[in-house]
Design a protein around this ligand. Sequence first.
Ligand code: SF4
Ligand code: SF4
Length: 441
Amino acid sequence: MKLSKHNIISRIADSDKYFIINPLYKEADILNRKEYDKLYHPEAIQNQDLINRGYISDPVEENRLYKQKYLEFLDARDTDEVQLFFVPTYMCNFACSYCYQDEYSAKPKTVEKALIDSFFNYISNTFNNRRKYITLFGGEPLLNTPGQRDFLEYFFGKTNHYKLDIALVTNGYHLEEYIDLLKTTRIREVQVTLDGTKQVHDKRRMLKGGTSTFERIVNGIDLCLKNNLSVNLRMVLDKENINNLPELSEFAIKKGWTSNPLFKTQLGRNYELHHCQSNASRLYSRVEMYKDIYELLKTNPEIKEFHKPSFSISKFLFEEGVMPDPLFDSCPGTKTEWAFDYTGQIYSCTATVGKPGEELGTFYPDVFLKEDIISEWEVRDVLSIPECENCELQLACGGGCASVAKNNNGRILSPDCRPVKELLELGIAHYFDVLNAENLS
Ligand code: SF4
Ligand code: SF4
């Protein structure tokens, strides 16, 4: 018997207590100093409470459970829904100060009907028995041009025919012009980015030429909600707009958005994806960003109504009262996510789509797949990344993002370490009554 390889133990922020979490055995507890010290005492290996909860375990038995859970994970993933991104254009009417796609060459081109037909043939054959939905991505998929409108009408005709849901990732500027068309199809969600209240947003997300975009986006969100279309509001954060989070929360509350069940939010981190940003000093590391959000949450409770951050698995633990299943892989690319563009290329996901050298094949004019690179993507998980083998965080981290890992280390099968421990320190302090609680699950 010994301490489990999967115990994650650390001190809770702003507290003298500790947490112990074991994603393999799905246990989580709060420890006072005495209990924490006991864990490392030689007698701990005979402590029946610790053995029952899996914090102390037999390595052979633990290995057996690990393998069983891994097989269950693979089975569950095989039946998961697949998200298929389609990029009809890399062109955009915005000139966002931080856009990672601004170096892509975006030539105006109408999407050929034959290419759209080939796309639907390809996904029907390849993902024949899988649940799936399509996300339109860009560039900006809702450009207000006759060519783009023709494309959308034809594309929606196809998704209606195949009974596929559509999600849209849009800057929101032309929602008003497209709302009637959107109502003719199965829209699952419209994701719109708003980076703050008017002054802050307009400084970051303006039209090419500098025109303000805030009012039109807000109007577009109102229109979607009025027409029963779900809205996922994304705020992209860096050090320049983080302090506007309370104000944007207040704004969304006053608009009645946060009390609408069709409305949800996400906080995105502005980070260097493909090329150096002109002002890299404003960028956050993941830990820095969540530390600042944690501090803001203490003094601005309105944020909670706008967004509940996950802080790794803390939010799940709090809301569900149980631990999530062990996460053997956190990167959906080529497993439950693929991306396709209007030139007929196939990519792993939104991080690689349109990036020269990242193509995994074509679906038009001919179907061709780079099987060797695809299989490297497909096998990537915490078992195939050598660095993850002995990491106690592996079943909460999942190995991170393959694209970031490749950018940083030059290899797909390399780690993109997530600051799981630090996020749990903050998240448990935020969600739980640490003074009085003992068990977390
Ligand atoms: S490579 Fe990164 S962005 Fe792409 S699917 Fe994986 S985690 Fe997501
Ligand atoms: S990516 Fe890093 S933190 Fe995550 S499991 Fe692998 S080694 Fe651990």
